[in-house]
Design a binder for this molecule. Structure first.
Ligand code: SF4
Length: 481
């Protein structure tokens, strides 16, 4: 293979899947190229959380094929799992690998690039891929196409955990370690249980080994991620708690900073919140390094209306959410950055119910919000509800605009609180345009992105002083000696 390009869509957990596929291909001596027209294999790691996500993936596939008709396109991820029949018919697509088979994706990709009858020839000193002839595999939910494109999708999710790839600081300074897959909840709007199956956990020993390997490779910050991260451990024979795993990482490994990605409100139990107060303060740039937990909590909210949360089949009420936030603030202190996902236009959402969401958000100290319009996904309860009581598109647009304005105001207020303060941070891979101005991108432990007025390499822990907000609302600062 001359080179592969991987294009990611979707959440951090989905990105972790794509990074694991890329890491396996790199370990087998393949080259990653930054632009799709230069690649002979283009891997499209899709999301299917909204109709818009599907559209974006299809548009990318069309563009990639137009720019390089010779390239083989391999589509994987949630869209590949949900609707392989739509993707396999697209021009240029050579293979569709659903989440059920994504652990086999590297081998499938390698096999695709070999002339017929010739096994893959990895570089002698590199890790050996498993024999390419382990494919094709198992039952298919969609027939392969007339063009010969092949489909690997079923509904058993037996090959769905990408746990072998080593996590190293590289293209991503703060990579994701995905330790949990799938979801056993049934939120009415969500297609994930169909596209990723029930909740499964990476065993404790494998998680700890990955963390130690990351530290040994020079990593400073690791993000624990999963589709429903807080449910980690419930499916393991010993029924471990997620908090017990986090404690073990913080106490037994030498990882300088651990960050938790999105955790459902009710999974922030007392034990986990207690860890936030126990481990949140140690500075990364201290002369006596000790593991610490980033002062950052992302709790999906979706709606601030009790009635809407009930209709969504969410497992908490607005007051539960507010209690968790108050406890987290007490534990992590005033530097905590709180984030949430919020949805506008769930079927039947009235103006009054949406007003409750706005009021709820105004009352809490959010540092940022991820906003989504409701999107009916076939096969979900929300799809049926949408057919019965859709919210008009114009109302959804209006509500999204109100939420965007509120989110911008909350972000600006939160960031402004830190001007003249000193915080712990880590330098990131700086975009070329910014580097050309002699600046460096960084991220504080409490999840504030900022620009530093000096050129520094990526993956460097440092203390920064926040000096102001630029006109775009981004924080600027300087390294503290
Ligand atoms: S908790 Fe709900 S929204 Fe989140 S992945 Fe599970 S079903 Fe989807």
């Amino acid at each position: 293979m001359a080179g592969f390009h991987i294009e990611h869509f979707g959440c951090r957990a989905a990105r972790a899947d794509g990074e694991a596929i890329a890491a396996s291909l790199l370990a087998w001596g393949q080259h990653c190229v930054p632009q799709s027209p230069d690649a002979d294999v283009v891997i499209v790691n899709t999301c299917s959380v909204t109709a818009e996500a599907d559209r974006a993936a299809r548009a990318f596939i069309r563009r990639a094929h137009r720019r390089n008709p010779e390239a083989k396109i391999v589509v994987t991820g949630c869209y590949a799992q949900r609707a392989p029949q739509e993707l396999v018919q697209m021009s240029g697509v050579s293979a569709v690998v659903g989440n059920s088979h994504k652990a086999l994706a590297p081998e499938i990709i390698l096999d695709l690039t070999q002339p017929p009858g010739e096994p893959a020839q990895p570089h002698a000193e590199l890790a050996q891929p498993p024999a390419a002839d382990i494919i094709p595999v198992s039952s298919l939910l969609a027939p392969s196409s007339e063009s010969g494109a092949r489909v690997w999708v079923d509904d058993r999710f037996a090959h769905s955990f990408l746990e072998e790839a080593q996590i190293v600081p590289g293209a991503q300074t703060r990579p994701n370690l995905k330790i949990q897959e799938g979801c056993t909840n049934r939120c009415a709007f969500c297609v994930i249980p169909q596209t990723r199956g029930s909740s499964r956990s990476l065993p404790r020993a494998a998680v700890l080994r990955h963390v130690e390997d990351f530290v040994a490779a020079g990593g400073n910050e690791l993000v624990l991620s999963g589709i429903n991260l807080g449910s980690w451990g419930r499916d393991l024979p010993e029924r471990s708690s997620f908090a017990s795993l986090v404690r073990e990482i913080l106490e037994r490994t030498r990882l300088p900073r651990l960050r938790l990605s999105s955790i459902e409100p009710m999974d922030w139990d007392d034990e986990l919140i207690g860890l936030m107060s126990e481990f949140a303060a140690a500075p990364l740039s201290s002369s006596r390094p000790r593991s610490h937990l980033a002062r950052h909590a992302h709790l999906p909210l979706q709606s601030g209306s009790d009635a809407i949360l009930r209709r969504m089949h969410r497992r908490y009420r607005p007051w539960h959410y507010a209690e968790k936030v108050a406890a987290l603030q007490r534990a992590a202190g005033p530097e905590l950055t709180l984030g949430a996902d919020v949805m506008a236009g769930f079927p039947g959402e009235t103006d009054a119910e949406f007003g409750e969401t706005l009021a709820f958000i105004r009352a809490l100290p959010f540092g940022y919000l991820h906003l989504f319009p409701f999107s009916p996904r076939p096969g979900t309860r929300g799809f049926t509800l949408h057919a019965e009581r859709p919210v008009p598109a114009a109302a959804v647009d209006e509500r999204m605009a109100e939420l965007r304005a509120l989110a911008a105001e909350k972000t600006r207020t939160h960031r402004s609180r830190f001007i003249v303060q000193e915080l712990e941070a880590i330098t990131l891979n700086t975009p070329m345009a910014l580097a050309a101005q002699g600046k460096t991108s960084a991220l504080t432990d409490n999840f504030l992105p900022l620009e530093i007025h000096s050129r520094l390499d990526a993956n460097r822990p440092l203390r920064v002083r926040i000096t102001g907000l630029d006109p775009e609302g981004d924080l600027v600062g300087c390294a503290v000696a």
